[in-house]
Each structure stands twice: as C-alpha cells, then as structure tokens.
Design a protein around this ligand. Sequence first.
Ligand SMILES: Nc1ncnc2c1ncn2[C@@H]1O[C@H](COP(=O)(O)OP(=O)(O)O)[C@@H](O)[C@H]1O
Ligand SMILES: [Mg+2]
Length: 583
Amino acid sequence: MAGAADENPGPAHQAALPSGETTALLPAGEVPSIAPLARALAPPPAPRPAPVTARDTAPVTAIDAMRDEEIARTRLFIRMGWLLSLFGIGTVFVIDAPRALAILFVAGVVIGIIVSFGYHRAFADPRNYTRRALLTLAAICIANGHLAVLLYGTFSAAPILIVIGIHFVARTEAERIARGIFASAVVCYAAIAAAIASRAIADPGVFASDVPTSGAALAIGALFVLATFWLAYHTARQLRAASLAAIDDLQRTTRLASQRAALMDELLGDLERALRAGPGRHTDEVIGELRLGAVLGRGAMGEVYEAHHAVTGAPAAVKLLRPGLAGDPAQRARFARELAAGRAIASPHVVRILGGSAELAGGAPPFLAMERLHGGTLAELLRREPRLPADELRALARQIGAALDAAAAAGVVHRDVKPTNLFRSDDGGAGVGAGMWKILDFGVARIAAEPAPDERGVIGTPHYMAPEQALGQPAGPRADLHALGAIAYRCATGCHPYDAADTAALLYAIVHRMPARPGALAELPADLDRFSAIALAKSPDERFATGAALARARDTALAGALDPATRERADALIRRRPWEVRR
Ligand SMILES: Nc1ncnc2c1ncn2[C@@H]1O[C@H](COP(=O)(O)OP(=O)(O)O)[C@@H](O)[C@H]1O
Ligand SMILES: [Mg+2]
C-alpha cells in the first residue's frame, strides 16, 4: 500500500505524492514513485538566445531582461555623448588646433549629434533597437573618438573616450559588432601611434608634448592605451556574462517556484473536489440500524457518512471501509482497534465511538458508528490559511495534549496524529462556546491491552512521524507528543519541520537532521524555539513527558516566560544538535 493517497482518493492522485501527509505502512526500502511529479516540476529546457528583434511582451529570458536595461543604458549613453560633444565643440574655439583637423572634428561631432538624436527618439520603441542602429552608433563613436585623439593628442587622455565606447558596445548582446569595433579601434589607434612614434608624421594634437621622447617610450605609451582598450572590452563581456547568468538563475528559480505553487493550487483544487461531501456508494443503505446519508469525509482507509438512527432519528457518523478493503482481515482489524481504542479512552477530546462491528456480518460491511461532528479538520483550516491564529493553536495544544494523556493512561498510542485526524467541532461541546478539538481515527493505534498487530516497517504519516517511528521501532506515547510538537511547529510557522523530495529522504531527515529554528520562519519569541527543541527532540526521553506539560510549556514560551530549568534543558539540546538553515 505504499503511496496510498490518504487525502487524495481521486484518479488524479494515482501518482503517489511525496507530500508526507499520507498514512504510510511502508515496508522497509519501498519508496513511492515520484517520477510523474518530478517530471511536472522539472525546469524547462534552457532558453535559446533571442536575436535583437521586436518583442512586445514582458521579458521572458535573461537576454530579454538584459535588453530592456541595455536600451535604457544606450539612450543615457547618447545623452552623455551630446554633453561631451558640445563640450568638445566649445574647446575648439579655445585651443590652438590645426584648422582642417578642427573642422573635421566639429563636422564629425555634429553628424554624431544629429544621427544619435534620431536614434534616441527611435529607441523609445524597443523594436527600433536593431543591430544596424547599434553598429552605426558605435562606428560614429569610435570615429569621433579617433578624431579627438588626433585633435587633442595621441598620448593625451583622449583615448579614454574610445575606452568608454568599447566598454559600452561590449556590454550589448551584439558580440560580433563589439569585436569589430574593438578590433578597428585597436587598428586605428595603433596606426596613428605607430606613425607618430616612427616620426612618419608629427603629432598634430594640441596637448602633444614638446619634450623629446624616444620612439620606444612612445610605443610603450601606445601599448598601455591598447591594453586599456582590451581591458575595457574584456571586463564588459565578463560583466555581461555574469549578469546574464544571474538573471537566468533568478528567472529559473522564480519559474520553478511559481510552477510548484500552481501545481499545488491544482492539487488542492482536486483535493477539495475529491473530499467534497456528496452521495456515496452506501448512501440510503441501513447499516446497524443507521440510515446513511451523504459522505462527510474520506481518508486512506475509510469513508465517513452522515447517518441517522432509523427509528429514533438520532444523528451519527458512520465509517465504512473503502471499496475493496472490507474483505481484507488486516483492514477489519483496524476497525476492531478503533472500536477498542474509542471504548478505552475517556476524553471529551477524542471522538466518541457509539458502536460498530469489525466483522462481515450477514452481508453487512464492517462499520464504526461515532458521534456526528460539525466543523472541520485542521487540514481544512490549514489549506485556507497556512498558519493558525495563536489562540486557536493554544486551545488545540491544550485539548489534544489532554486527549493524548487520556490515551496514554488507557495504554493507547495513536501513531497517526496529523491535521486530517484532528477535528475542530463547532458544536460547542459541554457549554463551551468556541471550537472543541477532537482526535479522530485510531485505525493504526497500538493498544497495550490488545495483541500486537502483525506489522513490519514504518507506521504513521511521514511529516508528523517521530524518529523512532521513522526507524520502524515501537512507538510510545511520546511519539504522539512528537506529532503534536510537529503540528504546533507547522501551525506557528506555516512550514513542516522537515521537508524533502521524497519519502525516503524525509524519513532520513526526521532521524538525522534538525529543522530550521521556528523564529527564523516567523516572528516568534526565542522561548518558542526552545519549546520546539524539546517537543521535537530525537530521543523520546528528551521530549515532554505529557501532553499537559507540553501545552503548559508552549503557553509560557509564547509569553517569553519559559522557566529557567526548561530553558537550560532546551539550550543543552540545541547545543548538541543545532538548528539547521532552511535552503
Ligand atoms: N465523527 C465525524 N463527524 C464528522 N466528520 C467526520 C467524523 N469522523 C471523520 N470525519 C471526516 O472524515 C474524514 C476521514 O475520517 P478518518 O476517521 O480519518 O478516516 P481514515 O481512517 O480513512 O483516515 C475526516 O478527515 C473527517 O473529515
Ligand atoms: Mg484519517
């Protein structure tokens, strides 16, 4: 029965989920297949780079996201270019430059301003951001940069303009253009510098130094400049690659998270539909003098029907085994156990058993009659809100703690305390106005007075199992208290103490790992971390001894007033096994 989906009876749930919410009787080593879910959750194949083309949707790949930023950067670069150009034109009137060169420079700069003005406007629509536009802009920038080099001096600060140009183009996605621009800048600059260093031409630059300089010194100067060109190009390409990788990573994680969320939504939708009350196979039948009505809920084993006494009309709830299970003696033994446990425990916080039969008597299926409860399970509450209000959780811990103490006194270990098996009855109970919490479903309970059931392997529901249960060892009352601790953790933080990709990994974590500190997941007092350290301690001896002690400690911890001895006990546990960080 590995992977029987307790809360997911519909065919849509045939793929056993690693939900950890399923009552498991796993023979050692048998792990439910998670292949269908894993496939659904697998990240999509890596996106192929998109060309510089039109796109009118929101960014979908890292390249798209980078392009939006790139267009904004290009427009800023153009505006800064205008400022520099105007400044350059102004300098021509002040400095003593060769006339022809000055005219050429001013002409180049003015053409640059006019052309770039057109592109600046055009780039407001990203579809106009094309490789051709980029190439034109870069070519103008490099040409004007070299005019500036000639005008101000090959060995002045003018090449910085080219460095900026190279860096800018190399940041874009047009790699070939960037390489071409880098190469032409190197060639142009090297040609000018070589001509001057070899005295083929005189340096026309206004900042050219009159100090006699050897050709070798000039060559070294030129090499420095060329090295900065290369640095500008290389660092820009590296930067781009790093940004792309970071954006890609972020997008992949976000996509995965939203896929998971969407999948969860679908699953929850399916679940709601599957669990919805409605007519069942036995509706209108009379079993043990009770006339069955609609289905109230379903679990891994049973279907619970609303019922009324055929004569007196008194309300009840009747649990029947799911189709195909009634013939199985092991399943009928469950009913026998539920009957025995229900009769043994005296607590208003355990669902009251009215009667039933574990036998196939004269064609009638085994059944269990219980008090009819109105309200809902903790699982339903948590599906609506991932965290439970503090007052509600306080009431739950007290009442379920008391019920577990009553069970322990009767020699019963429930072994499957979990949200679907905790019911908040809104009937008010004995004059109590608020909800009254009750434990349901003693189907896998161990009863000291009864012969031990024939079972091997792991019993319980992975997310709420104690380490000894995960190891397949006998579970005592403190295993149930561990489950209550895990439920309190989940209700306070919205997260399970342990989560893993599959059941085997989850069981391993329960035995060997530590959860995240509750205070790291929600705003909770430090004393509540200490409470959880004791409630979820690996060894039963280290845990709270009774449900009452657990509930009391939780109350004081929530007020930040845990007594010093309990604090010391928890701190020692945490020192020995520190909290882990949730990834
Ligand atoms: N006495 C009851 N009154 C109303 N609803 C009930 C009652 N007992 C069980 N249910 C509903 O039926 C569901 C399944 O019951 P449960 O006893 O846990 O079955 P299983 O043994 O199959 O897990 C519960 O989660 C709850 O929603
Ligand atoms: Mg159940």
